[in-house]
Design a protein around this ligand. Structure first.
Ligand code: IMP
Length: 441
């Protein structure tokens, strides 16, 4: 029974939305397993253009079960707004289910996110300011408010007000914040949260039952491997675990059920927020990637930092997640470049690294060692099969496969839904390390 995990292989924004949207045609259950409304992707379909932050992409098919798993943190006002927006445009929400074990982002989490960032000053993380870190911190500290608490309205209200009183004290005394509006804000959150009651379920059991019925399940990761709390560029990371191993924890199904793990990577690299980024280009080439690739955040609108593809980091992501397939996105963004650089190793003082260095302070100082490949200087957006691609493009893809030792399953050659290539049999004859292709799902 296929359970496919889709994971960001870089620092997020790899174009997972488009890939999951395409896969939703085949999946019968789609699950978000971590993160919150720090994520965001745009889905374009026959109904128009939609910006989703919390609702899984499966929602456009009413027969698909769209699950917000226990590993997700939910801002109830944001989710309410997203549901209203979708319903207002005729999308049926029948398939939406929310894990009772998922934690709620409350107004104090958002305040804490902002004041903690302000206190860090120059050393700030560059968070999305959505309260993600403080909410996960409360979860770990066993001080969180959960979706299932809503089922007991009086108990829920009491819990929110008690927690608010404790947090208000910290915000006022430790951070000198005006907390006079906090109670009113909490009322707004309580109202939004209570309106979500009909969607609360034991989602782990629902997924389990779907598996027993032989249904296909898609586990949809947010952010990316290098933003992972354990395996990313700590402390410049998010506060959840986007890696494939957490897909099991954050959805409530055992790891033995995971059958395929696809890593999504752009044909180059981007990052938002602070933190090390060895292949970053702060010159005109970086500006060109940003402009051609329209690299501005869906959630915050921030310009993304841009750079060449980093194969050391991609190999690391393949190892940490156990990728069985790669999806290369935004390949067309490279159409007009004369030559393309790809980082294959790092150097630091007199040392050369094939793998990510063992300590962050080294990673933040490494310099990329590049190999240069010829560009293809032609428009590839019309390609629908590997054989439609110029030789230089195929060489670029083969270079990636050879270095990462994971076959390519899907290639995105333009922003539109149909602008992609499914790779039925990874072009194994032309690449090494090929195991299974798109047809495996
Ligand atoms: P937080 O998740 O809001 O706490 O932000 C922590 C770091 O993760 C910051 O560098 C953010 O820019 C980054 N981040 C969070 N969500 C995303 C995302 O969906 N795409 C890219 N970066 C993200």
């Amino acid at each position: 029974m296929p359970v496919l995990v889709v994971v960001g292989a870089q620092w997020g924004d790899e174009g997972k939305g488009k890939v999951t949207d395409l896969l939703c045609e085949q999946a019968e259950v789609v699950v978000r397993y971590q993160g919150g409304n720090n994520a965001g992707h745009t889905v374009e379909n026959l109904r128009g253009k939609f910006a989703l932050h919390l609702v899984p992409s499966g929602i456009f098919n009413p027969n698909v079960l769209s699950v917000i798993g226990n590993g997700v943190v939910i801002d109830p006002t944001v989710l309410r707004g997203e549901i209203d927006g979708l319903e207002g445009r005729g999308v049926n929400m029948r398939g939406l289910k929310i894990a009772g074990k998922a934690h709620l982002i409350m107004p104090w989490h958002i305040m804490l996110d902002h004041v903690q960032e302000a206190r860090l000053g120059k050393g700030k993380i560059g968070t999305t300011g959505r309260g993600i870190g403080p909410c996960y911190a409360d979860k770990a500290a066993r001080q969180g408010v959960r979706m299932q608490d809503i089922i007991d309205p009086a108990g829920f209200r009491q819990k929110v007000m008690d927690t608010m009183a404790a947090k208000a004290e910290v915000l006022a005394k430790a951070y000198d914040q005006d907390v006079s509006h906090l109670k009113e804000e909490c009322e707004r959150y309580i109202e939004a949260a209570e309106s979500l009651r009909p969607y609360i379920e034991d989602t782990a059991l629902l997924i389990w039952n779907s598996l027993r019925e032989g249904k296909s399940v898609l586990l949809e990761g947010a952010q990316g491997t290098l933003l992972d709390l354990d395996h990313g560029t700590y402390p410049y990371v998010t506060s959840s675990n986007p890696v494939a191993g957490y897909a099991s924890v954050g959805s409530g199904i055992g790891p033995t059920h995971l059958s395929d793990i696809w890593g999504i990577t752009k044909a180059y690299t981007t990052r938002v927020g602070e933190g090390p980024f060895p292949t970053e280009l702060t010159d005109a080439t970086g500006d060109r990637l940003r402009e051609v690739g329209n690299e501005f955040g869906t959630t915050t609108g921030r310009p993304r930092r841009c750079g060449w593809l980093d194969l050391v980091a991609l190999r690391y992501a393949a190892r940490i997640n156990g990728f069985t397939g790669l999806c290369i996105t935004k390949l067309d963004v490279l159409d007009s470049f004369d030559t393309l650089k790809v980082c294959t190793k790092y150097k630091w003082n007199d040392k050369v690294f094939d793998e990510l260095p063992p300590a962050q302070h080294i990673f933040s100082q490494v310099e990329p060692i590049y190999e240069e490949l010829p560009g293809w200087k032609s428009d590839i957006t019309g390609a629908r099969s590997v054989k439609d691609l110029p030789d230089e493009t195929i060489d670029y893809l083969n270079f990636i496969v050879k270095n990462v030792q994971v076959p390519i399953s899907l290639i995105s050659v333009g922003p539109k839904r149909e602008e992609h290539i499914k790779v039925p049999h990874p072009y194994a004859e032309r690449s090494q390390g090929a195991q299974s292709g798109y047809g495996g799902y």
